[in-house]
Design a protein around this ligand. Sequence first.
Ligand code: HEC
Length: 142
Amino acid sequence: MPDFPCPFARGEAKPQNPIGNWLRLLMRSMILAPLALVWIASLAQEDTDRITGLVRDGDWQLVQANCTECHSVLLITQNSGNRSVWQSRLAWMVDSQGMEPLAVELEARILDYLEQNYGPRQSARRPPLPGYLLPENPYPAL
Ligand code: HEC
């Protein structure tokens, strides 16, 4: 027998300390629980294109090709509405913003995508801040 404690010795099992076990379990779950949450959140996230920010679904590339020439894609991704709302926005851009009318089939596919991925949303209806919540303006208003 060596006269120092051998790390490989199969001596008698140490008496278990139930409080120590609970503490160890608690410590492990404190580390693992947030990691598990991050993992679950990443699974639940929609698959969005890293460059445009558009949801990568169906005809998203038609939107990228036809709708980002004049303005940022954010105008689209921050908007929402049912099919007729989107249709009215396209009509408004044709009537007043110089957009070329889209071919019927192309418009239908773009509308399918928009209503599917950017449908009506409660959160998009936040009203503007009331005056008393705005920062003070030190300059005279025109
Ligand atoms: C010919 C240029 C042009 C093209 C192409 C275009 N838009 Fe626009 N769009 C505009 C302009 C100009 C505005 C107003 C920008 C602003 O308010 O700063 C606008 C605004 C918008 C808005 C915001 C409307 C609101 O209620 O505030 C949305 C949504 C939008 N466009 C979606 C689209 C989609 C979807 C397409 C593709 C089918 C598209 N646009 C293609 C010119 C264009």
